[in-house]
Ligand binder design. Structure first.
Ligand code: HEC
Length: 126
């Protein structure tokens, strides 16, 4: 009888551990949505319809023709393209380590960050 009980208890412990492991690995999957899925859900993004408004609202106060911090002008498509090719703007807007976070006054919300990132990854169409 004692043996049976012991086996029963250890089977339960294994069950609980397996459950915890499964729940944890599943919740990890749902909280971290793959970048490609996010980009697919945003559809085709272009400078003129999606990105210019974000840059005008968040960047051109410091990155425009008369005042262009670090020679970065984000007021037109050609100037923005030049900046993308010179700097790792995705690193800047995501405040990743190894680059200066932008806007330097505070990080933008997730949606504009994702839009700029997906747009750059898709080849920054005009
Ligand atoms: C309040 C002013 C301000 C705003 C708003 C701002 N920037 Fe900047 N930006 C700066 C300054 C100042 C520098 C120079 C920083 C340095 O060298 O430390 C800079 C530098 C940069 C650089 C060059 C990075 C480098 O490594 O030197 C990029 C790219 C950039 N900004 C992109 C952006 C983008 C994209 C936005 C909007 C999402 C933005 N910035 C908004 C002030 C600003």
């Amino acid at each position: 009888m004692k043996r049976f009980r012991l086996a029963f208890i250890s089977a339960n412990i294994i069950g609980v551990l397996a459950y915890v492991f499964l729940v944890q690995s599943c919740s990890k999957d749902t909280t971290k949505i793959p970048q490609q899925t996010i980009c697919d859900s945003l559809g085709i993004l272009t400078y003129s319809t999606d990105i210019k408004a974000i840059l005008d609202q968040n960047c051109t106060s410091c990155h425009r023709p008369i005042l262009h911090e670090n020679n970065v002008d984000l007021s037109t498509y050609p100037d923005t393209k030049t900046a993308i090719e010179k700097y790792d703007i995705v690193c800047n807007i995501k405040f990743e380590s190894g680059c200066v976070g932008m806007p330097n006054t505070g990080k933008m919300p997730d949606t504009p960050i994702q839009k700029i990132e997906c747009w750059i990854k898709s080849g920054y169409p005009n």
